[in-house]
Ligand binder design. Structure first.
Ligand SMILES: [Zn+2]
Length: 879
């Protein structure tokens, strides 16, 4: 087994400036599914200060080179050197025109990078390094050129021809062919190039920007999906208006296109004025998409639109800076969703996601800072760390500087860097300079990996009525970094009386008195904060609004948690207190289960749930969040050695106990919410459905579960209620589940997106038997291993969201999954690598499972010609 990670690694410290400016790229596509011919012409101008004579280095992959000429002279094979993915022409004159012609084969492109076929149409995906699969070019984000793109194709087969920018010219050519020329006036890196050719229909809308520019908005889809675009369009219009109002940013072209495809490796791509979307994040109708899908569409449509400024107008110097555009843009889309829906609910979902996906990453073999120092395959660094933790770090700037200070920083950032490829340091400098403060120490968040732990202890002095909080921060060593430094940690705190009243906060060291939340800034390893005039030992409300992405340790009593749940003004703290009670109870029962003791029910949990179920004032969506128990993976993270079966058994025991103990309350609340009103899209209606379906999730453990679920399924007029009901029937192993699944299948068998849900529901069924079901479902006509959505819905869900299935004691889940990783590696290395990461946490399990997983990792690592993508993941895991 070869490791070879070190010699293949690319290091941030080795960055060098590209010596050439490439001002203009003219590119001509002769479009065909089997073969497309690409002719490119580009002007190279030696940068000021570069040496007189320089090599021109280009990137290319899987290209069939037809011809290459420099300044009018055709180059022969002796005139250049091809080594792997680079082509070097030595000693080119300071002003040079390079012409290339290559052939590529879209229909054979199963990796879905570069130009490929989806259904009957052709499209591109270039981020991060797909452009090199289209033509020879300096395929790096700091080379920014103006693109002029001409596409020529058969008119009947490819009536729609799209690329970035404005449509400049079009015409007919001989033999039923036509051509269109697109010009993008904004210089851009190659990763933002896009092309679409095919027979697509469109829906159209207009948006007038604040300064009066009329923008045509078009969403292109396959004909049968025309009635599913309304929500995406509405979200786009909302996003455009929001970015003007909140960030003072206006759209800059007259046209904005979105194209939806079923074959996409990621969620969506922000190519300048031609976004390409996984259809999952465009298409929605109440009967085909859940409320979560609707919210996901709003968020992703917003995200890609916001990239027009944070990513496209100001882009990344190199791929180590990915979080410059992603962390910032995720922060912007989180704020957009918060402003559109409920801010509190959005915040809680963001925190849940960070804890269950990013924390394990920080603690695993692929740990890296939000700005990594090295990589083998950049596709492996489109991670929760770069995105979600990156956004959490941008949020801390916002918390420290306030909205006005943050916006001042954004303004300076655009003034300085519009039209350039820059670094995370440039962003930090703009924030610091605009606000006249020093953020050097804050900058450590960019270079340090791992989740900081903050241990909080307290002391109340009755005589002086002084309450002191002592905070200690520590970041444990990670796989990639041993030594850690102290970080700047914004710490938002409130203090409550035992009966839940908020206390005014005055620090011993100052005179100002704050009502409600006080923001403190921790910078040292240990800091003390003393509050005066505190009449009783207060209940501390810590890290309000989750003011920093840290693990919080404080030894709360059950009474204190109950006070926070019932009275705290901060939604995050209320939710977190409920999660703590549930987590403590589940882990306690898990320990009893391991010792063979009978499991028992915790009275504080009953009390909390009784309070939540009786609350008629709070937002139902918040109450729903509070009753969703921590997921099994998050609980696993809290254990030294993961007890897969124990966690599952304890969680189920508690769900059953709560459901039966509080059955009357659950039924009452369910019936109130199940009011027979027809479907509405409003966030109020979504909140009611969320709480209703959480109640149902408990009620399936009671004797009324089956009848309620069957009735809900029968009367449902929307996908949210339908899925909740079918999932319930599957979980309770009701014989009705079989019929429900087969009815669902016959209704939706030709609908790719809805069938993803059908696969997902079955792959999630807990227990060791599910692996056989998953194998069987791979033979279903609607399944294809070439389609990333199908792979994620069936194989991905099984490996990542079904702990008792994947971790079956006999290792059958592991063997199955390793076989799929190997199979996928030959087709689509990027997706294969994502799937391989299911084994990342293998060292956290018991000896038997550890050995079983390790041997599967070794089996994958030993495969001949394994891709760099998968090799990086498995070799890091084995290290
Ligand atoms: Zn993005």
């Amino acid at each position: 087994m070869k490791d070879g990670l070190s010699e293949k690694s690319i290091y941030r410290k080795n960055y060098t400036v590209y010596p050439w400016d490439v001002s203009q790229l003219d590119i001509h596509f002769d479009i065909g599914s089997e073969t497309t011919t690409v002719r490119a012409e580009m002007e190279f101008q030696l940068k000021d200060g570069a040496r007189d004579s320089q090599d021109i280095v280009l990137n290319g992959s899987d290209l069939q080179l037809i011809s290459l000429s420099l300044n009018g002279r055709t180059l022969s094979a002796d005139d250049y050197v091809v080594d792997g993915e680079t082509l070097t022409i030595s000693g080119a004159p300071p002003k040079s025109v390079l012409k290339t012609e290559v052939k590529i084969h879209p229909a054979n492109n199963s990796a879905l990078e570069g130009l490929y076929l989806s259904g009957d149409f052709l499209l591109t995906q270039c981020e991060a390094q797909g452009f090199r699969k289209i033509t020879w070019f300096p395929d790096r984000p700091d080379v920014m050129a103006a693109y002029r793109v001409t596409m020529e194709a058969d008119r009947s087969e490819f009536p729609v021809l799209l690329s970035n920018g404005n449509r400049a010219e079009a015409g007919e050519s001989a033999g039923g062919r036509h051509w269109v020329r697109w010009e993008d006036p904004f210089p851009k890196p190659s990763y933002l190039f896009a092309l679409v050719a095919g027979d697509l229909e469109l829906v159209e809308e207009h948006f007038t920007t604040r300064s009066g520019r009329d923008v045509v908005l078009r969403i292109y889809v396959e004909t049968e999906n025309l009635d599913r675009c309304a929500h995406a369009m509405e979200s786009l219009v909302n996003a455009m208006r929001w970015d003007e109002e909140r960030f003072d940013l206006e759209y800059d072209l007259n046209i904005y296109h979105i194209v939806a495809t079923n074959d996409f490796n990621m969620g969506a791509m922000e190519n300048k004025s031609l976004n390409i979307f996984n259809s999952k994040y465009v298409l929605a109708r109440p009967d085909t998409a859940t409320d979560a899908d609707y919210q996901g569409i709003e968020g992703v449509i917003g995200h890609e639109y916001f990239h027009n400024w944070t990513g496209n107008r100001v882009t990344c110097r190199d791929w180590f800076q990915l979080t410059l555009k992603e962390g910032l843009t995720v922060f912007r889309d989180e704020e957009f969703s918060a402003d559109m829906q409920s801010r509190a609910v959005k915040r809680i979902r963001v925190v849940r996601d960070l804890r269950s996906r990013q924390f394990p990453e920080d603690d695993g073999p692929m740990s890296h800072p939000i700005r990594p120092d090295r990589y083998v395959e950049i596709n492996n660094f489109y991670t929760s760390t770069v995105y979600q933790k990156g956004a959490a770090i941008i949020r801390m700037y916002h918390t420290l500087l306030g909205e006005a200070g943050f916006q001042k920083g954004m303004k300076l950032y655009f003034e300085r860097h519009d039209g350039h490829a820059v670094t995370c340091d440039d962003f930090l400098a703009a924030m610091a300079d605009a606000n006249g403060i020093n953020l050097d120490r804050f900058g450590r968040w960019y270079s340090q990996s791992g989740t900081p732990q903050v241990h909080v202890s307290d002391h109340y002095d009755t005589a002086t009525q002084t309450y002191t909080l002592t905070l200690k921060q520590r970041t444990p060593a990670t796989y990639d970094q041993k030594d850690k430094q102290e970080l700047v940690i914004p710490f938002a705190v409130g203090l409550l009386t035992a009966s839940g009243e908020e206390l005014p906060l005055q620090l011993e060291t100052g005179t100002d008195i704050v009502q409600g939340t006080r923001l403190l800034v921790m910078e040292e390893a240990q800091q003390e904060y003393s509050f005066v005039n505190i009449p009783e030992h207060p209940v501390p409300s810590l890290f309000r609004d989750y003011s920093a992405p840290v693990k919080i340790f404080y030894d709360y009593s059950a009474e204190q948690l109950a006070t926070l749940i019932a009275h705290d003004s901060d939604a995050f703290v209320r939710w977190d207190a409920a999660q703590r009670i549930a987590q403590n109870a589940i882990l306690e029962q898990c320990r009893r289960h391991a010792k063979g003791l009978e499991m028992t029910l915790d009275s504080s949990l009953f009390k909390a749930f009784r309070g939540i179920l009786s609350d008629r004032l709070a937002d139902p969506a918040l109450l729903a969040e509070a009753m969703i128990m921590p997921d099994e993976d998050y609980l696993a993270e809290q254990m030294e050695i993961v007890d897969v079966d124990g966690i599952h058994a304890a969680r189920e025991f508690i769900r059953k106990g709560l459901a039966n103990g509080l059955k009357t309350l659950f039924v009452e609340r369910y019936n109130e919410l199940n009011d027979g009103q027809s479907y509405q899209k409003s966030s109020k209606a979504m909140a009611r459905r969320a709480l209703k379906n959480v109640c149902l999730f408990y009620l399936i453990e009671t004797d009324v579960g089956e009848s309620l679920t069957a009735a809900q399924l029968k009367s449902s007029d929307n996908m949210t209620d339908t899925l909740a009901a079918i999932k319930g029937l599957i979980l309770m192993e009701s014989p009705l589940a079989v019929t429900a699944l087969s009815d669902f299948e016959s209704k939706w068998k030709t609908d790719a997106l809805v069938m993803d849900k059908w696969f997902m529901m079955q792959a999630m069924k807990p227990g060791p038997g599910t692996v056989n079901k998953v194998k069987e479902l791979m033979q279903h006509p609607a399944f294809s291993i070439q389609n990333p959505n199908k792979v994620r819905s069936l194989i991905g869900v099984f490996a990542m969201l079904n702990p008792t299935g994947f971790h079956a004691a006999d290792g059958s889940g592991y063997t199955f999954h390793a076989d799929r990783v190997i199979e996928l590696d030959g087709l689509n290395p990027q997706v294969a690598a994502r799937m391989a990461s299911a084994f990342n946490r293998w060292k956290r399990y018991d000896e038997d499972r550890k050995m079983l997983m390790k041997s599967q990792l070794q089996r994958i690592a030993a495969v001949d010609n394994l891709s760099g993508d998968v090799s990086e993941i498995v070799n890091n895991a084995l290290r």
